[in-house]
Ligand binder design. Structure first.
Ligand SMILES: [Fe+2]
Length: 207
């Protein structure tokens, strides 16, 4: 797990070095001491997670920026605590087809259950099943995504959906509605949040 944290921090540092906007938002976490939670225990893996990792297309998803972190995740994904979202939030399809695992998060965050602790930052990984529309939703914390695997389609506010593939980086600012659609590929991403981590996302009106 230390190896995965190291790989994620190297990845985030590289993204900060190439984009001053990202550095301003996420740079601080690179200097923080991240404390490993002594009593961390991963919960049982959802079947979505095992299905995803056995259906990866490694030929199609090679990008020099993301490959080292992606390979590290493939080795260690089963040590993370993957969570699924209540159907009350966005319906049954999202509850079944989306999962995320925090590598770093807040101390009181039992549901996300991160193995490493930071006060105002969280980062980790998400999975989205094929043929799934994650409808527009929004939240206060600023969010970075980087695609590790899977062609996918991303929308912010009322813009057109844009195709994104391995290596692409997406930034969602506070309360800007955003949506993600998958087609035939499993989507695996690295995500990072900066801000009030107790803030719960909500579905956007009219979504
Ligand atoms: Fe989001």
């Amino acid at each position: 797990m230390d190896e995965l944290l190291e790989s994620a921090l190297i990845f985030l540092r590289q993204r900060c070095e190439e984009d001053v906007g990202i550095e301003t938002i996420f740079g601080e976490v690179l200097d923080m001491e991240l404390v490993r939670k002594g009593d961390f225990e991963a919960r049982a893996l959802p079947s979505l997670v095992t299905t995803t990792f056995s259906n990866l297309n490694l030929d199609k998803n090679q990008h020099p920026n993301t490959l080292p972190l992606f390979q590290n995740l493939i080795q260690h994904y089963d040590q993370l605590s993957w969570a699924q979202i209540s159907p009350n939030y966005g319906g049954e399809a999202i509850a079944k087809g989306f999962s995320f695992a925090s590598l770093v998060g807040t101390p009181l965050d039992g549901w996300r259950n991160p193995p490493f602790i930071a006060e105002d930052f969280a980062f980790g990984f998400t999975i989205q099943a094929p043929q799934l529309n994650y409808p527009p939703h929004e939240h206060e914390p600023i969010e970075l995504y980087s695609i590790l695997h899977g062609e996918s389609f991303w929308q912010q506010a009322n813009s057109e959906f844009e195709k994104k593939t391995a290596g692409d980086v997406i930034l969602h600012h506070s309360f800007v509605p955003h949506a993600t659609e998958t087609k035939s590929d499993y989507l695996v991403t690295f995500y990072a949040w900066s801000g009030n981590l107790n803030f719960q996302p909500t579905m956007s009106p009219n979504s």
